[in-house]
Design a binder for this molecule. Structure first.
Ligand code: PLP
Length: 423
């Protein structure tokens, strides 16, 4: 049974007090999540008991470390429902996974004159790698627009795909709007057009059950640190035939089969893309995080976040001068609430509510093109995970109330009256 109070005991950091003895209310989970004690213990245990370099050693420690590391690949394969462990590549983070693709698809797939289709709601990590590719090749990058309800405009997306569109790269869940995109619908279009479909699952994989095979995409990327695992571990899932076709990313040890004075041959998948000593301890601890999340259950996580979002929305109604971004229907955007108002800057809101122990994010959220589309320079964002509670939402709302009183009580009141007289 899902018991949030019991779950919270698994996280030492959630006992922390901030400033003058305020309980920590951590609502910055879209940036990174907290780590349960089992994950921290797993890191310590690796260094205390198994530390050795993997794959090449014949001694007992090296064998044990290799087994622990490769077992995690199998866990991820099952977690994300990939076809085989050959399709699971360890990287440093989602950003590196997408950069790997932008680098390796160049030449093997992309030619001058080709087009890449993104969306207006992408994180910089799914924009800049493609700009870097555009700096090397004469290609065009297009952006699928969002609708007034902050969903993808699927009709326009269909029109923007042409015979020249080699790659469609798209976020599964927006880190600003919370919008969850219909990847299966897009996969049908890309398949019919022979385009490669890449999915940035950084914000979806931690919060909802995903099947790589059912989504129908060609590549999928996500980060350990956004799902209770350590920083420094990312995952790239890719279709075997494409991973085989692409050249390697980085060169060095591990990714080779043979090196001579003339050249080299590449290792089998997945190691072809894993040059050098990997992040062994963190990968092993990520395996522990996956076990932990699976025990809680992704459906329970999704439902809990949905309830928290619904509750927070109800409470936020009192601030009718706030502009809340993302789809109006909560089921389309669970877990993330991004807002702003024309009077108090989001950084000021975040700074003031921090005094009450409430951690939210303010800024452009690494989505400057989207900010431009929304006609703001910054927004404030509260983002939930399964260890957050309705009581924490109450503290957040009370802290917001204080912030508006502190900064702009008069201006907010006027705004409020303005909103009412317009109704
Ligand atoms: N994509 C999305 C939608 C994100 O929200 C983030 C991080 O916030 C990233 C990609 C980049 O993740 P990382 O910094 O782990 O590479």
């Amino acid at each position: 049974m899902f018991d949030v109070n019991k779950i919270r005991k698994d996280f030492k950091i959630l006992e922390r007090k901030i400033w003058d003895n305020k309980p920590l209310v951590y609502l910055d989970n879209a940036a990174t999540t907290q780590k349960p004690n089992v994950v921290i213990n797993s890191l310590v245990s690796y260094y205390e008991n198994y530390n050795a370099n993997i794959h090449r050693g014949v001694h007992k420690l090296a064998e044990e470390a290799t087994t622990l590391y490769e077992d995690v690949r199998q866990k991820i394969k099952d977690f994300i429902d990939a076809n085989s462990t050959a399709e699971i590549i360890f990287t440093r983070n989602t950003t590196e996974s997408i950069n790997l693709l932008a680098y390796c698809l160049d030449d093997s797939i992309i030619k001058d004159g080709d087009e890449i289709l993104l969306t207006e709601m992408e994180h910089h990590s799914n924009i800049v790698p493609w700009y870097l590719l555009r700096d090397r090749r004469n290609i065009t990058i297009k952006f699928t627009p969002i609708t007034d309800n902050h969903e993808l405009d699927y009709n326009t997306l269909e029109k923007l795909i042409t015979k020249k569109t080699k790659i469609v790269s798209i976020t599964h869940k927006s880190n600003v709007l919370g919008t969850v995109n219909d990847i299966q619908r897009i996969a049908k279009i890309t398949k019919a057009n022979n385009s490669i479909l890449i999915v940035d699952a950084a914000q979806s994989a931690p919060h909802m059950k995903i099947s790589f095979q059912d989504l129908g995409c060609d590549f999928l990327a996500f980060s350990s640190h956004k799902m209770c695992g350590p920083t420094g571990v990312g995952i790239l899932v890719g279709k075997k035939e494409l991973l085989e076709k692409m050249p390697p990313f980085l060169g060095g040890g591990e990714m080779i089969r043979k090196v001579t004075f003339d050249g080299f041959t590449t290792n089998d998948l997945p190691w072809k893309y894993e040059a050098g000593t990997p992040n062994i301890a963190d990968v092993i601890a990520f395996g522990t995080a996956i076990d932990y999340i699976e025990k809680i259950g992704l459906e329970n996580i999704y439902q809990h976040e949905l309830k928290l979002t619904e509750y927070a929305f109800k409470k936020l109604k009192q601030f009718d001068f706030l502009h809340i971004y993302g789809p109006k229907e909560i089921t389309k955007r669970a877990g993330i609430i991004t807002f702003s108002n024309p009077v108090v800057h989001p950084h000021d809101i975040a700074t003031i509510i921090d005094q009450d122990g409430v951690a939210i994010r303010a800024g452009h959220h690494c989505a400057q093109p989207l900010m431009k589309k929304l006609s703001v320079s910054a927004t404030a964002r509260a983002s939930f995970y399964f260890y957050n509670t309705p009581e924490e939402v109450d503290i957040f709302i009370n802290a917001l109330n204080k912030a508006f009183d502190y900064f702009a009580v008069g201006a907010c009141k006027e705004l409020k009256q303005g909103v009412k007289s317009k109704k």
